[in-house]
Design a protein around this ligand. Structure first.
Ligand code: IPM
Ligand code: MG
Length: 370
C-alpha cells in the first residue's frame, strides 16, 4: 500500500456534521476498495469551534490544515452565534482558512443531473444537460481589501468602508486556473467584471486578456459585465462553459447558478492554492450549501453535495479521476432510481433521509465496483 492520504474533517455546524457522517462512510468504502488509504483526523470550525475553543478557527486547526493533504469542510453558522461581534462570527472561520491557506481559486461546478431536470424552477429545455464551471477568486477583492471598517463621524453619523483591490499577480494566477480547466472542457472562458464602472475590473479585463493572448490563444475568451451575466444565466445558461470572476461577483453568481440545478443541496466546491514544486497544493473542499439550522438534526439534509465534494477532492488533490467518476456515477444512479431527499422531492419519487441517501450511494458504489 502506498502512503496514506491525510484528510482533515471539519464538519462545522447545523447539517455539516450529518452530511459529513455520510462522507465518512464513503471514505471508508474507498479505503477498503482501493490500494490507497485515508488517514482521517477531526477538527472544529465555525460555531462548534467558538463553543469549544473560543474562536471560529484556532491557530492549531490552521496548522493541522496546512499539514493535511486535503481538508473536507461541512458548513458553518447558525442563529446561536448571530449576535456575536463581527470578528467572532462562524463565517470568519471560513474566511480565515481560505486566506491563511492562500486558497485563491474556488471551483464551483453547476451541473444539472438529467433526473433533476424538472426540479429546477426554470424550464427543462433551458437547463437540460447544463454544465458550467465557476472559477471564483477567493482570497482578494472586496472581501479582504483594507481599509474596512465602520467609523463614527464627528456629527455622530456613521460611515462604512470596504476596499475593492486586485493586483496583476492575483488576477493572473486565478485566470490561469480557469484557462487550464477550460482546456479539459469545452475550451471557452467567459470573464465577468464591471469594467464599465470599476477600475479594478478594467485591470481584471486587461490582465485576463493579456494572459490569454500570451499563453492561452487556443481558448475562446469572452468578457461580460456582471449584470448582463446575471441575466444571461437565467435566459440562456448553456452558452457558458467556464465563468471566471472575482470574489464577490462569484459569490453572488454561483448562488444564482445553483438554482439552475434544482437545489443548493447538490453543489460541491473546491478551494485550491498554488501547487508547490512537488505538485502538492493545499485544498479545502466544501459543499456550496450553508448550515441550514432550520433542518439540522432531522435527517432532512441532502448529503449529495458533500459526497460530490469528496469526489472533487479525489479528482483535484489525489488524481483519483476514475474513483471521482465512480462516486459521481453512483449519485447519478440513485437519482435515476427515484430516491430524493426533501429538498429535491417531486411527486412520484421516493423521499429518503440523509442516512438512507448515504446508504443508497454505498450500495450503488458496491454495484459499480463489481
Ligand atoms: C460562500 C459563502 C461565504 C462567502 C460566506 C459564508 C462567508 O456565502 O462560500 O459562498 O461569501 O464566500
Ligand atoms: Mg455564497
Amino acid at each position: 500500500m502506498t502512503r496514506k492520504h491525510k484528510l482533515l474533517l471539519l464538519p462545522g455546524d447545523g447539517i455539516g456534521p450529518e452530511v459529513m457522517d455520510e462522507v465518512r462512510r464513503v471514505i471508508d468504502w474507498m479505503g477498503r476498495q482501493r490500494a490507497v488509504g485515508f488517514e482521517i483526523a477531526d477538527g472544529m470550525i465555525g460555531g462548534a469551534a467558538i463553543d469549544a475553543e473560543g474562536t471560529p478557527l484556532s491557530d492549531e486547526t490552521v496548522a493541522r490544515a496546512k499539514e493535511s493533504d486535503a481538508v473536507l469542510l461541512g458548513a458553518v453558522g447558525g442563529p446561536k452565534w448571530d449576535t456575536l461581534a463581527f470578528d467572532m462570527r462562524p463565517e470568519r472561520g471560513l474566511l480565515r482558512i481560505r486566506k491563511d491557506l492562500n486558497l485563491f481559486a474556488n471551483l464551483r461546478p453547476a451541473v444539472v443531473f438529467t433526473a433533476l431536470t424538472e426540479a429546477s424552477t426554470l424550464k427543462a429545455e433551458v437547463v437540460r444537460g447544463l454544465d458550467i464551471l465557476f472559477v471564483r477568486e477567493l482570497t482578494g477583492g472586496i472581501y479582504f481589501g483594507k481599509p474596512s471598517a465602520i467609523e463614527v463621524l464627528a456629527d455622530g453619523t456613521r460611515r462604512g468602508v470596504n476596499t475593492l483591490v486586485y493586483t496583476t499577480p492575483e488576477i493572473r494566477r486565478v485566470a490561469r486556473v480557469a484557462f487550464e480547466l477550460a482546456r479539459m472542457r469545452a475550451g471557452r472562458v467567459c470573464s465577468v467584471d464591471k469594467a464599465n464602472v470599476l477600475e479594478t475590473s478594467v485591470l481584471w479585463r486587461e490582465e485576463v486578456q493579456n494572459l490569454h493572448d500570451a499563453d492561452y490563444a487556443d481558448i475562446e475568451l469572452s468578457h461580460m459585465y456582471v449584470d448582463n451575466c446575471a441575466m444571461q444565466l437565467i435566459r440562456n445558461p448553456k452558452q457558458f462553459d467556464v465563468i471566471l470572476t472575482d470574489n464577490m461577483f462569484g459569490d453572488i453568481l454561483s448562488d444564482e447558478a445553483s438554482m439552475l440545478t434544482g437545489s443548493l443541496g447538490m453543489l460541491p466546491s473546491a478551494c485550491l492554492g498554488a501547487a508547490d514544486t512537488a505538485g502538492r497544493r493545499l485544498a479545502v473542499y466544501e459543499p456550496v450549501h450553508g448550515s441550514a439550522p432550520d433542518i439540522a438534526g432531522q435527517g432532512l439534509a441532502n448529503p449529495l453535495a458533500a459526497l460530490l465534494t469528496f469526489a472533487m477532492a479525489l479528482r483535484y488533490s489525489f488524481d483519483m479521476i476514475a474513483d471521482a467518476e465512480l462516486i459521481e456515477t453512483a449519485c447519478r444512479d440513485i437519482l435515476d432510481e427515484g430516491l430524493r431527499t426533501a429538498d429535491i422531492m417531486e411527486a412520484g419519487r421516493t423521499q429518503v433521509s440523509t442516512a438512507e441517501m448515504g446508504e443508497a450511494v454505498l450500495r450503488a458504489l458496491d454495484r459499480l465496483a463489481t
